[in-house]
Design a protein around this ligand. Structure first.
Ligand code: PEP
Length: 253
C-alpha cells in the first residue's frame, strides 16, 4: 500500500525567511501532526534553513527545488546535494519543467542530479510531462517515456525504489487547466508499467507517482482517488497554508 505524498513547490516565492517561516508554521499547525499522508514543503534556498527549523519535530518534511550534481567546487551560485542534506532537507525536486524550459536542462543532466541526490540520501522528486503541443500530437507517452528512461538511466532497482515521480503535464502547470482524472490516471498507469520494466513489477508497485498541474482543494480529491495517483506536487495552492492543508486532507481520503 503506497502512502500518499503531497509536496508544495514554493518556486521563487516566499524567499524572505520570516515570510517562509510564517507559511511553514501555518502548514505545521494544520497538518504537522498527522501521519496518514506524507507532506513536504520546498521553499527557495534562502529560506531552507529557517523552514527546516520551523518544521522540526513535525511530520512536515522539507525539500530543495534544485541541486548541482557535484559535491563541491568552483560552481558559483550552485548548491550541492550534500549541502541540502546538511541543511536538513529530505527531498529535492528535479527535472521540473520550468528548469527544463528556462534553464535548458536535458535528461542527461537531470540524470546526474538524480544520482547525486540518491548518493546524498535525498529523495528525488523527479518531474516529467508533455507540453500541450505534444499532447495534441498524440505523443504524450513517447515524451514521458524518453524523460523517464533518460532521467532515471543507470539506477539500480534499489535506487529506483527510492525515487518519487511527479507527472506534471506542462500545459497544466500554473494555468488553472487540469488533466481529467481519467487522462492523468492513464499516464500514471503508463509510467508505472514503464517503471516495472526498468525495475520490477513489485518495485514499480511501491513507487509513488504524484500528479502536478493546478491541483487545488476543489479538484484534489477526484484526482487523488485514481488508482495510480499517489499524491500531488502543488505549486500555487501550496503558498497558502489553508489550501495546502486542504489538499493534504483530501489525499487522506
Ligand atoms: C508545480 O510547480 O510543480 C505546479 C504543479 O504548479 P501549479 O500547482 O501552480 O500548477
Amino acid at each position: 500500500m503506497r502512502k500518499k505524498f503531497v509536496a508544495g513547490n514554493w518556486k521563487m516565492y516566499c524567499g524572505d525567511p520570516a515570510k517562509a517561516v510564517e507559511l511553514a508554521k501555518g502548514v505545521v499547525a494544520s497538518v504537522g501532526s498527522q501521519a496518514a499522508v506524507e507532506a513536504a514543503v520546498c521553499p527557495p534556498a534562502t529560506a531552507l534553513a529557517a523552514v527546516v527549523t520551523a518544521c522540526a519535530g513535525s511530520q512536515v518534511g522539507v525539500g530543495g527545488q534544485n541541486l548541482y550534481p557535484k559535491d563541491e567546487g568552483a560552481f558559483t551560485g550552485e548548491l550541492s546535494a550534500p549541502f541540502l542534506k546538511a541543511l536538513g532537507c529530505r527531498y529535492v525536486i528535479l527535472g521540473h519543467s520550468e528548469r527544463r524550459t528556462y534553464f535548458k536542462e536535458d535528461d542527461a543532466f537531470i540524470n546526474l542530479k538524480v544520482k547525486a541526490a540518491l548518493t546524498a540520501d535525498l529523495v528525488p522528486i523527479f518531474c516529467c510531462g508533455e507540453t500541450e503541443q505534444e499532447r495534441e500530437q498524440g505523443i504524450t507517452e513517447k515524451v514521458v517515456e524518453a524523460q523517464v528512461r533518460g532521467g532515471l538511466a543507470g539506477l539500480d532497482v534499489e535506487q529506483l525504489g527510492k525515487v518519487v515521480v511527479a507527472y506534471e503535464p506542462v500545459w497544466a502547470i500554473g494555468t488553472g487547466k487540469n488533466a481529467t482524472p481519467e487522462d492523468a490516471q492513464a499516464v500514471h498507469a503508463f509510467i508505472r508499467g514503464l517503471l516495472g520494466s526498468l525495475a520490477s513489477a513489485s518495485v514499480a508497485e511501491s513507487i509513488r507517482i504524484q500528479y502536478g498541474g493546478s491541483v487545488k482543494p476543489d479538484n484534489a480529491a477526484t484526482l487523488l482517488s485514481q488508482k495510480d495517483i499517489d499524491g500531488a506536487l502543488v505549486g500555487g495552492a501550496s503558498l497558502k497554508a489553508d489550501s495546502f492543508a486542504a489538499i493534504i486532507q483530501a489525499a487522506g481520503g
